[in-house]
Design a protein around this ligand. Structure first.
Ligand code: GDP
Ligand code: IMO
Ligand code: MG
Length: 423
């Protein structure tokens, strides 16, 4: 049995948490393979809402969560998230990769300092220290979860790493010295809670795959935030596209079967960077999407930018990740609109029309969306595919035709039960 992967096809916040929670029912392991607590995944079960940043969404339904080697982990956030979920009576197992890199307090300081340095060109990061932690990983000076198991090694590495990061902070104009002993003390406390979970998760998952145990891979962010294939430099710092699934978990490409792309029925983006189908959130449809869709960041609470569905973007994700199934979320948010638009191609300043994402950032920033128009719908029916109003089904069929991927799930509300399964 091959692993199933779930990825965001836009700029994040597509509803991956809800879809992973739904699909986790048939899984044993639910695995985060990239990103850190820049992610915010919401799961609504009955009258309970869970917002997870590091723990895989499958933990809510008692599945075994795995935080893979491709992730960056803020030990204090993880400790708190574990405590909070257990306090709510949720029971689950967790494994944390010994090779996952740790976000330490100076990474967060550097995140802020880098953003301030960029001024008007700031990315609008979540401020969680994600970029600086991955920078340390690639510079081969990072501190990993496995180091928490070896206090002497940890002390030596932190001492070296603090020196370099302090120098970086100084270069950005921040002169306040870092309190290394305080940091080591805090880290030792967090380590006491996290130690039992730390292990070689790559081998665990490879063995699980060999034994045909069901594995669900939970992507964070969305394809347009991938550093290579997204809107660089307005991206995150981990590989969102398919390569990340393998390098970040230890699974081989042949271990992965279905790839489910989560598509919000319109588009949102938090942070800076180009967004061809963007609307004005202060009026009209843009405001409708922002207010009816409650479009505020799960992690930072920032208002999300809103716009029409962009199939050029979704197809970029389909091609990059080999998506063969779609989960379309938030169809209910479009109800009540007279007309619904979908972007199917871009017109570039030189007059060319393209159906693929231009790799040149200036071309992408100048791309003008070309839309097809659809009739709106007024209700969501009885919760079955057949019960969906005809215009909503026509809209979904159009997505199916244009992407070549099967529509498996349709979200008509935030709750676990507000999900239509297409047999
Ligand atoms: P993620 O980061 O991809 O997991 O998405 P977020 O949790 O950050 O944001 C998605 C938001 O949409 C959350 O508040 C979900 O509860 C909500 N949501 C997910 N699916 C649906 C849906 O089909 N309809 C509605 N109305 N809300 C949904
Ligand atoms: P989920 O998993 C939406 C965005 C930030 C910023 C850029 C870089 O909930 O879909 P970072 O802190 O990663 O260095 O910020 O990426 N971003 C997200 N936007 N959803 C997310 O995660 C995001 N994670 C990062 O807003 O523009
Ligand atoms: Mg989110």
């Amino acid at each position: 049995m091959a692993a199933t992967a779930v990825v965001g096809t836009q700029w994040g916040d597509e509803g991956k948490g809800k879809i992973v929670d739904y699909l986790a029912e048939r899984s044993k392991y639910v695995v985060r393979f990239q990103g850190g607590n820049n992610a915010g995944h919401t799961i609504v079960v009955g009258d309970q809402t869970f917002k997870l940043h590091l723990l895989p969404s499958g933990c809510v339904s008692g599945k075994t969560g795995v935080i893979g080697n491709g992730c960056v982990v803020d030990p204090y956030v993880l400790r708190e998230e574990l405590r909070a979920l257990r306090e709510r009576g949720v029971e689950f197992d967790l494994h944390l990769s010994d090779c996952a890199h740790l976000i330490l307090p100076y990474h967060k300081l550097l995140d802020g300092a880098e953003e301030a340095f960029k001024g008007g060109h700031a990315v609008g990061t979540t401020g969680r220290g994600i970029g600086p932690c991955y920078q340390d990983k690639m510079a081969r000076i990072g501190i990993r979860a496995g180091d928490l198991l070896h206090p002497e090694r940890l002390r030596k590495k932190v001492m070296e790493n603090v020196g370099l990061n302090q120098a970086m902070l100084k270069a950005y104009g921040q002169k306040q010295p870092l309190d290394v002993e305080q940091m080591l003390g805090d880290l030792t406390e967090a380590a006491e809670v996290l130690k039992p979970y730390i292990m070689d998760t790559a081998t665990l998952l490879q063995d699980a795959a060999a034994n045909e145990e069901p594995i669900l891979l939970e992507g964070a962010q969305g394809i347009m935030l991938d550093p290579d294939h997204g809107t660089y430099p307005f991206v995150t710092s981990s590989y969102v596209a398919s390569g990340g699934m393998c390098s970040g978990s230890g699974l081989a490409p042949r271990d992965i079967g279905d790839v489910v792309g989560v598509v919000k029925a319109y588009t949102t983006r938090v942070g800076a960077g180009p967004f061809p189908t963007e609307l004005d959130t202060q009026s009209g449809v843009g405001k409708h999407l922002a207010t009816v869709g409650h479009e505020f960041g799960t992690t930072t609470g920032r208002p999300r930018r809103t716009g029409w569905l962009d199939l050029v973007v979704v197809n970029h994700a389909v091609r990059l990740c080999g998506i063969n199934q779609l989960a379309v979320t938030k169809m209910d948010v479009l109800k009540g609109l007279d007309e619904v638009l979908v972007c199917t191609k871009y017109r570039l300043p030189d007059g060319r029309e393209v159906t693929t994402v231009p790799s040149d950032p200036d071309d992408f920033a100048a791309a003008e969306p070309v839309y097809e128009s659809f009739e709106g719908w007024g209700d969501m029916g009885d919760g079955t595919w057949q019960g969906l109003p005809a215009p909503a089904r026509i809209y979904l069929q159009f997505l199916r035709e244009k992407t070549g991927a099967q529509i498996k799930l349709v979200g008509i509300g935030p709750g676990r039960s507000e999900t239509i399964v297409r047999q």
